[in-house]
Ligand binder design. Structure first.
Ligand code: ADP
Ligand code: ASP
Ligand code: MG
Length: 436
C-alpha cells in the first residue's frame, strides 16, 4: 500500500455538503491516509472565512470591544456542521477552553489557529481517523522560523503510530515556550507538504476549488488554460509572485523529498488537475504561467559613474537592513539601480527611507513610483526561444500599458515587469493573450 497525504483547503471543508464530498474522495483511495485540513472557508460569495472571524475576535479584544457576537458566529458554524455530519465531539467543551483563553488575553496566533484545530477534531471523528495535533510537532524557533529537522523528526515518529490521521494545518508551536505559532495566511499548504515529507508519501495531493494550476489567475483571465504538468521551480516562481493556489513555502519540503504535488478540485474529482515534479516538461509552449501582485514601490536611483563606485549596492542593502525591509528585485543598469520593495514592508516610512538613501548614497537623482504591480511571466522554455521579451513588450504597448520596471531573472526562466496598479489586470490579460 502506498501513502498519499491529502490537504483540503478552506472551501473543501466549509460545511457539511463539502465535507461529504471530501469524505468520498478520501474513501475512494485507501492510500489517502494522512489528511491535513484548513479552517472552514467561504461557502458562497460574501461569506466569511472562519480564520478571518477569529482574527476579528482578537481585534475586538485589543480594542476593548465585546467579541462574543463574532465568536458566536464561529461556534454556530461548527455546531451546524457537527449536527449535519451526525458526529459528537463535545464541541462545547472545546469552545469553553477557547473562551477561557480569550478572557486571559490570548495571542492572535492562538485564536487564529482554533479554526483548523476544531475542524480537524470534527473531521477526524467524521472519517473515523485519529486526530493528531500539530502543536508540539511543527516547531518554530524564537524568531518564528520553522525548525525543519526537529519538525520532520517529530512528525515522523508521531505519525508512525497512526495508520490514518487528520492533522490541523496552519500552525505549530514555539519550541521554547510551547505557545501556538501560525504560518502566514494560506499556511495549511505548508503543513501538508511537511507531513508528506515526514511520512515519505508517494504523492502530496492539494485539494482546492480549481482544477489545478491555470496559466493565469481565473479571477483575471476567464477560461484560462490549465497547466497539466509543471516543475517545482516554475511553480515556486509563480506562487511567490502571487498565484495563491499553493503557498510558495509549501514547495520546498515536497521538493526536498522529491514528492510529486497534485493540485485537484474537490468539486470535480474526476479532473486530473496539475502535477508538479522536478522534471521540466518538454513542451512547445514558451510561457508556462503568468502571476503577479499589487502594491510595490520602485525607487530608481541614478548616479553618474555609479558602476565605478565600490560598495554602492552594499550600502543600499545596508540601509534596507536598518529599516528591516527585504527587497523583491534590484534591477540595475549603467549608472542606475532600482530598488523594488513591497508597500507593506515600507509601512509608511517612505520619506525616512528616501532621506537615508539621499544622505548615505548621495545620488544625482531619485525617482519614486508608488503603487506598482509586479507581473512575472514564467516558463522553462523561455531561455530556448528568442523574441519572447519582444512579444511581451509589444503586447503591453498595444494594450497601452506603461512599463515602470523590467527585470529578467538570471535563471532566464522569467521576465518581471512593473506596471501601475490600475493597469494590473489589463496587463495580465495582454500577456496571457500574447502567449496562450
Ligand atoms: P484553498 O482555500 O483551497 O487553499 P485558495 O483560495 O488558497 O484555496 O487557492 C485557490 C484559488 O487560487 C482559486 O480559487 C483561484 O481563485 C486562485 N488562483 C490564483 N491564481 C491562480 C492560478 N494561476 N490558477 C488557479 N487558481 C488561481
Ligand atoms: N485558515 C488559514 C487561512 O485562512 C490557513 C489556510 O487556510 O491555509 O489563511
Ligand atoms: Mg490556500
Amino acid at each position: 500500500m502506498g501513502i498519499k497525504v491529502a490537504k483540503f483547503g478552506g472551501s473543501s471543508v466549509a460545511d457539511g455538503i463539502q465535507l461529504t464530498k471530501t469524505k468520498q474522495i478520501i474513501e475512494a483511495d485507501p492510500d489517502r491516509r494522512y489528511i491535513v485540513v484548513s479552517a472552514p472557508g467561504k461557502r458562497f460569495d460574501g461569506d466569511n472565512k472562519i480564520t478571518d472571524l477569529l482574527y476579528l475576535c482578537k481585534t475586538h479584544m485589543d480594542h476593548n470591544l465585546p467579541y462574543d457576537q463574532v465568536f458566536q458566529v464561529v461556534t454556530d458554524r461548527f455546531m451546524a456542521v457537527e449536527l449535519n455530519l451526525g458526529v459528537d465531539v463535545n464541541l462545547q467543551s472545546h469552545f469553553e477552553q477557547i473562551k477561557e483563553q480569550l478572557r486571559k488575553g490570548c495571542s492572535a496566533d492562538y485564536i487564529a489557529s482554533r479554526g483548523e484545530y476544531l475542524n480537524a477534531v470534527l473531521i477526524a471523528a467524521f472519517l473515523g481517523y485519529d486526530f493528531v495535533d500539530a502543536a508540539g510537532l511543527i516547531q518554530f524557533d524564537s524568531k518564528g522560523r520553522l525548525m525543519q529537522k526537529e519538525t520532520d523528526e517529530a512528525l515522523r515518529s508521531e505519525l508512525a503510530k497512526h495508520e490514518r490521521a487528520v492533522i490541523p494545518g496552519f500552525y505549530g508551536t514555539d519550541a521554547a515556550d510551547g505557545s501556538i505559532k501560525t504560518f502566514s495566511r494560506g499556511g495549511s499548504d505548508i503543513t501538508g507538504s511537511l507531513v508528506a515529507r515526514a511520512v515519505g508519501a508517494d504523492m502530496y495531493e492539494n485539494w482546492t476549488d480549481v482544477s489545478g494550476f491555470l496559466m493565469a489567475d481565473p479571477r483575471i483571465v476567464k477560461n484560462s488554460k490549465p497547466i497539466h504538468k509543471i516543475s517545482y521551480k516554475e511553480l515556486r516562481e509563480l506562487s511567490y509572485m502571487g498565484a495563491s493556489v499553493l503557498h510558495d513555502e509549501a514547495i520546498y519540503p515536497a521538493r526536498m523529498a522529491n514528492i510529486p504535488i497534485n493540485i485537484r478540485n474537490t468539486n470535480h474529482p474526476e479532473d486530473p488537475g496539475t502535477i508538479i515534479t522536478a522534471e521540466q516538461e518538454e513542451t512547445t509552449t514558451v510561457v508556462t504561467g503568468i502571476a503577479g501582485s499589487k502594491d510595490f514601490t520602485v525607487i530608481a536611483i541614478y548616479k553618474n559613474m555609479m558602476s565605478y563606485e565600490r560598495g554602492f549596492v552594499r550600502r543600499i542593502l545596508a540601509i534596507l537592513e536598518d529599516f528591516d525591509i527585504s527587497f523583491e528585485h534590484l534591477p540595475s543598469g549603467i549608472d542606475t539601480v532600482s530598488v523594488v520593495v513591497s508597500n507593506k514592508s515600507i509601512d509608511g516610512r517612505l520619506d525616512e527611507l528616501l532621506d537615508a538613501f539621499e544622505k548615505q548614497l548621495n545620488p544625482d537623482t531619485m525617482e519614486v513610483f508608488e503603487d506598482i504591480s509586479l507581473i512575472a511571466t514564467v516558463g522553462c522554455g523561455m531561455s530556448r526561444r528568442s523574441g519572447v521579451a519582444a512579444s511581451l513588450f509589444t503586447a503591453l504597448a498595444d494594450a497601452d500599458v506603461n512599463i515602470r520596471m523590467i527585470d529578467q531573472g538570471s535563471s532566464e526562466m522569467n521576465i518581471i515587469v512593473g506596471v501601475e496598479n490600475k493597469d494590473f489586470e489589463k496587463a495580465v490579460r495582454a500577456i496571457y493573450n500574447a502567449f496562450a
